[in-house]
Design a protein around this ligand. Structure first.
Ligand code: ZN
Length: 255
């Protein structure tokens, strides 16, 4: 019980930090300084306004000084991160393998949340997250108790290579670029954290859900052309990877 509360608190704090990352990393601003300010009037936030979820409630979703609305995405990111941290928490005895494995899972969730919202906003997946995440994932892969160092590294190479070749072929056939470089690098990251199961689930789920969402938006907008470039693919890859992380759907197809 105590452990669960601590995990939720930890998730809220990381979620609050991810809000800063989502907001500032694509703009090449420091994620450490300055302290948070209202985007409209520039008034600095008081320390208690920075408390995850509670700060938003205290302010009733408005800047204390100019009353302009604060996006509901801030508390959403905090809540989502805390929820996913809690849902993926396994209360195991504290050995090196268990602790590092758990932090690997939390790191991957944090990367997924940040990538989802940055890709939605800017249509990019920053290298700091994809390649930086890959590096930490590769350095800690030895301590993953669901898989092993070699299968994880192999999966990351295969995931990256598959998407790279697929993107090349797609461009040759259609004369349009479909997958961005960020998506390709991120497949390597998914592989090094979740292995071949993660690669398989992300490809399957992202292509199915991505197509359905694409069709739905096209129907709503009545213009197919605008959409071909309009939908960021990263959030669907994250969705597929998280479904694998929580439900191990890749097991359904292996003997
Ligand atoms: Zn303001």
């Amino acid at each position: 019980m105590l452990n669960s509360s601590l995990v939720i608190l930890f998730g809220l704090i990381i979620g609050s930090f991810l809000n800063v990352v989502i907001h500032r990393l694509p703009l090449d601003q420091s994620i450490v300084r300055p302290a948070s300010r209202c985007p409209s009037c520039g008034t600095g936030l008081k320390w208690f306004h920075n408390v995850p979820l509670l700060g938003y409630l205290l302010l009733r979703g408005k800047c204390a000084s100019c009353k302009s609305p604060i996006s509901w995405r801030y508390p959403l990111v905090e809540f989502l991160t805390a929820f996913l941290f809690w849902a993926s928490f396994r209360d195991l005895p504290l050995g090196a393998f268990e602790v590092i494995s758990q932090f690997r899972i939390w790191l991957f969730i944090a990367l997924g949340v940040a990538i989802t919202f940055i890709d939605l906003d800017h249509r990019i997946i920053p290298d700091e997250l994809s390649l930086g995440g890959w590096a930490v994932g590769a350095l800690t892969a030895y301590w993953d108790f669901r898989s092993g160092l070699v299968p994880l590294l192999a999966a990351s190479v295969v995931g990256f290579g598959f998407f790279y070749l697929f993107a090349l072929a797609y461009e040759k056939v259609t004369d349009r670029s479909g997958l961005g470089g960020g998506d390709i690098k991120f497949m390597g990251t998914i592989g090094v954290f979740l292995g071949f199961g993660g690669i398989w689930a992300s490809i399957m789920i992202s292509s199915i859900v991505g197509s359905l969402v694409g069709i739905a938006i096209a129907k709503l907008n009545r213009s197919e052309h605008a959409l071909r470039t309009a939908i960021p693919y990263g959030p669907f890859l994250v969705l597929g990877a998280l479904v694998e992380l929580f439900f191990e759907v890749s097991r359904w197809i292996s003997p």
